[in-house]
Design a protein around this ligand. Structure first.
Ligand SMILES: Cc1cc2nc3c(=O)[nH]c(=O)nc-3n(C[C@H](O)[C@H](O)[C@H](O)COP(=O)(O)OP(=O)(O)OC[C@H]3O[C@@H](n4cnc5c(N)ncnc54)[C@H](O)[C@@H]3O)c2cc1C
Length: 449
């Protein structure tokens, strides 16, 4: 039995931050991970995918140059940059050293709770006097489609490590991850088809944003099939066959070199000993209070709290948990103004509630929309702003910006929703010209009027 103050189980971005900050505050911290310190984001998620997207954006910008410009995209430098600069060839030695230099004791292995304040890792038990922080994150969720499990399909973890591009790719799942990777590969010359069960891409976002992205995909030659479900998948002689048929229409077959499954995430909760502390291992998420507590001497942060599978949520919740463990004052967790960005082109930034979410929550809202478009006459690009205002309180409860730099323009709306800035104030401030964020002015003027 090894004693310590705190065990951090799972080292995604939030877990790493909690361990480092608590050690910095003088606590004796044991941090456990079975894979790579830093979790999904630096090795398989945000960082490598954004490197791909960034490179693809440059390719697309070059193609927008009028006249006889020849663009020959080369995947080699992108793959090299991901391997050498982002992931150290999927080696976390630098991250482990950073953790240990901060005074944390790192243990590699699969950890499980065995009781209150107690974690077992490969036969060794760690007894944490202050408690345990869970940050076990998610795995790619793979749907139970007939034949799929027997094929060499990709998840995001394979897709970001690709060195040689296929000629064709079917992406199953038109959410943020599927759309981002689909467009990045397509811009490097891969023939991409996106298959989505919902009736539109990015189904969690405003329908206007989905339309904009679908139009952009169409213009770039990406095939989009919405409202269809994959019935079965087979693989033979290096080719996947994906059957989208239904009972009425019979077979509807796609043939493709590679298949990427991007159908959401599965929380790592089933095998971490939750039953030993009276929690349900089959839960979709852990129900936390405002201090991230989920039980006696137990906190949870990151994707497993179900409040938004984003690195910034993991980090926000990490800070809250650190304050709670150190008996400091808040601020505590606040989910009113959670921002999210889908890094497609057009980029979709959104914060707070969509119109539908506000309706479902029973908030009396008014919406207004405008064109993000042209940035004066300088850059002719499609885009939109849509704002959701709480009519009783005269403040924004949600907003979406889709277009170039949508995720950056979003900052202004995030502040407005978070700080509950009166719409009259937003309508009376000065917006620089010619910028994309100036497109917010006529929309707030309409809401204020
Ligand atoms: C392709 C892709 C792109 C993304 N892009 C973005 C983006 O642009 N912006 C953004 O904000 N978010 C993005 N995300 C989401 C982001 O990666 C996650 O929200 C983020 O990693 C936070 O996750 P987490 O802290 O919950 O833990 P994770 O990062 O999932 O890490 C959990 C860790 O726990 C470990 N673990 C699990 N169980 C055990 C156990 N029993 N014992 C020991 N260790 C265990 C795992 O090995 C892992 O290292 C993306 C995700 C993907 C897949």
């Amino acid at each position: 039995m090894t004693t310590c103050d705190v065990v951090v189980l799972g080292l995604g971005p939030g877990g790493e931050a909690v361990a480092t900050k608590l050690a910095g505050a003088g606590l004796d911290v044991v941090a456990v991970d079975q894979r790579l310190v830093g979790g999904e984001c630096p090795y398989y998620g945000c960082v490598p995918s954004k490197m791909m997207i960034h490179a693809a954006l440059h390719v697309a910008e070059a193609r927008r140059v009028p006249g006889s410009v020849e663009v020959r995209p080369d995947w080699g430098p992108v793959a090299r940059r991901i391997r050498e600069e982002a992931t150290d060839d999927w080696d976390d030695a630098v991250a482990v050293k950073r953790l240990e230099d901060a005074g944390v004791r790192f243990v590699r292995g699969h950890g499980r709770l065995t009781g209150v304040g107690r974690v077992e890792v490969d036969g060794s038990t760690y007894d944490a006097s202050r408690g345990v922080v869970l940050n076990t994150g998610t795995e790619p969720a793979v749907p139970p489609v007939e034949g799929l499990a027997d094929t060499p399909y990709w998840t995001n973890r394979d897709a970001v490590a690709v060195t040689d591009l296929p000629a064709s790719l079917v992406v199953v799942g038109g959410g943020a991850i599927g759309c981002e990777l689909a467009q990045a590969f397509a811009r490097f010359g891969v023939g991409v088809t996106v298959v989505e069960m919902a009736d539109r891409l990015l189904a969690a976002e405003e329908p206007e944003a989905s339309r904009l992205v679908a139009d952009a995909f169409g213009a770039e030659g990406i095939q989009v099939r919405t409202g269809v479900q994959v019935r079965s998948v087979a693989h033979a002689d290096g080719t996947f066959t994906v059957d989208l048929g239904d009972q009425r229409n019979g077979a509807d077959l796609l043939r493709t070199d590679k298949l990427l499954v991007a159908t959401g995430r599965r929380p790592n909760l089933a095998d971490i000993g939750l039953e030993s502390v009276g929690l349900d291992p089959s839960a979709r998420a852990l129900e936390t209070d405002e201090r991230m507590s989920v039980g006696e001497k137990l906190w949870a942060i990151g994707d497993i709290t179900g409040k938004g599978a984003f690195t910034h949520m993991s980090m926000h919740e990490a800070d809250v948990a650190v304050r709670a463990i150190l008996d400091r004052d808040g601020p505590w967790a606040d989910y009113r103004a959670v921002p999210r960005v889908t890094f497609t082109d057009p980029e979709v930034g959104a914060v707070g509630m969509t119109q539908r979410q506000a309706d479902e929550a029973g908030v009396a809202v008014r919406t207004a929309s405008g064109d993000l478009g042209t940035r004066g006459w300088i850059a002719e690009r499609e885009g939109l702003v849509k704002l959701v205002a709480d009519t009783d309180r005269g403040v924004l409860v949600g907003g979406t910006v889709a277009g170039p730099a949508g995720g950056e323009v979003l900052g202004l709306l995030s502040l407005a929703v978070h700080a509950q800035v009166p719409i009259d104030t937003l309508a009376s401030m000065v917006y620089a010209y010619p910028t994309y964020h100036r497109a917010i002015l006529p929309v707030v003027e309409e809401l204020a009027g």
